[in-house]
Design a protein around this ligand. Structure first.
Ligand code: SF4
Ligand code: ZN
Ligand code: ZN
Length: 305
């Protein structure tokens, strides 16, 4: 067995979908090249951008930071980062500490914002309430609001998230299975919101499978937080992920074909399902919202906060 690219006999990875064998150096290079290819193909970066990385300290966000840093080193973009501390005991703090260390290592502007300081409640406390809507519902909405706000405060022109191929395919399938066509149109490599106050979101790792990102951080010896969130498997996303992974065992290209298929119909979907959002504001917090209250504020009201 030898590396399909350079002949090195120390192979660390076999790509199931193509049969390609890769040594450590060629594997690392292939991941970085793939992310850069997505960035160029989808025009995710413009010269002079200030990109806010949503940095959890996990493998995906640390890899995103690493890839984008190569653009920063070439003075194409500037980078800053935000870490959201949801308040999940025995889980989040390690990620926060790792995120702080990466930001210090690269010397970038970094901010940690907790749900507790922002809204006066932790995710664990919300989960102790009766009739809660499920951890990920609150987590997703509050995190998004915090990140959008941080982007404005830090003057960022783009927000980069660590969504990988698995995340994106789960998103496509989940929204499809739930009949959530509204959210289905919001997926993709670059998401621009109708409201100007919402910064453009980009996903440089969207075409890289989760397991390859896991191997990348190990091969590059990057410090990351590997534990998964204790609430993850309770979620519908967790169930969908299990089914997709089971299917992938027999059909190794299924994640790519789902993504390609979605990308082909995405613009048609967007055009067909286009909504004219009223460019209103949330009466409680002033954030752009199509309803009287934004999602975050309506959750806060329900929680009596
Ligand atoms: Fe938040 Fe759910 Fe992800 Fe845990 S699994 S971090 S609760 S979105
Ligand atoms: Zn090689
Ligand atoms: Zn609001």
């Amino acid at each position: 067995m030898q590396c399909s690219k350079c002949g090195n006999p120390k192979v660390i990875y076999k790509r199931e979908q193509s049969g390609q064998l890769l040594c450590k150096e060629c594997f690392i290079e292939s991941i970085e090249k793939k992310a850069i290819k997505t960035i160029k193909k989808e025009k995710l970066l413009d010269k002079g951008d200030k990109v806010l990385v949503a940095l959890s300290g996990g493998k995906d966000s640390v890899t995103t930071l690493e890839v984008l840093d190569s653009f920063r080193k070439r003075n194409i973009i500037d980078i800053c980062a935000v870490t959201v501390d949801e308040g999940i005991a025995n889980y989040r703090q390690d990620g926060v500490d790792i995120a702080i260390r990466h930001a210090q290592r690269l010397g970038i502007e970094h901010k940690v914002v907790s749900l507790k300081q922002e809204y006066g409640i932790t995710l664990d406390e919300i989960m102790q309430r009766e009739n809660h809507k499920g951890s990920c519902t609150y987590c997703g909405v509050f995190r998004r609001t915090i990140i959008n706000k941080a982007a404005r405060e830090m003057g960022a022109t783009k927000i980069a998230t660590g969504h990988n191929l698995d995340d994106e395919v789960q998103g496509i399938m989940m929204n499809y299975l739930e009949g959530n066509t509204d959210n289905l149109t919001k997926l993709g490599a670059k998401t621009e919101s109708q409201a100007e106050e919402f910064t453009v979101k980009i996903k440089p790792l969207r075409e890289i499978p989760e397991r390859e990102i896991g191997l990348y951080v190990v091969a590059k010896d990057l410090e990351v937080h590997f534990d998964s969130c204790p609430y993850a498997m309770q979620s519908f996303r967790g169930e969908v992920s299990e089914v997709i992974n089971q299917l992938s065992e027999k059909h190794p290209t299924i994640k790519y074909s789902t993504l390609r298929g979605y990308d082909k119909i995405k613009n048609i979907l967007k055009e067909e399902l286009k909504k004219d959002y009223a460019h209103g504001r949330c009466k409680r917090c002033g954030e752009p919202s199509s309803n009287e209250l934004c999602k975050a504020c309506s959750f806060l009201e329900e929680l009596g906060l």
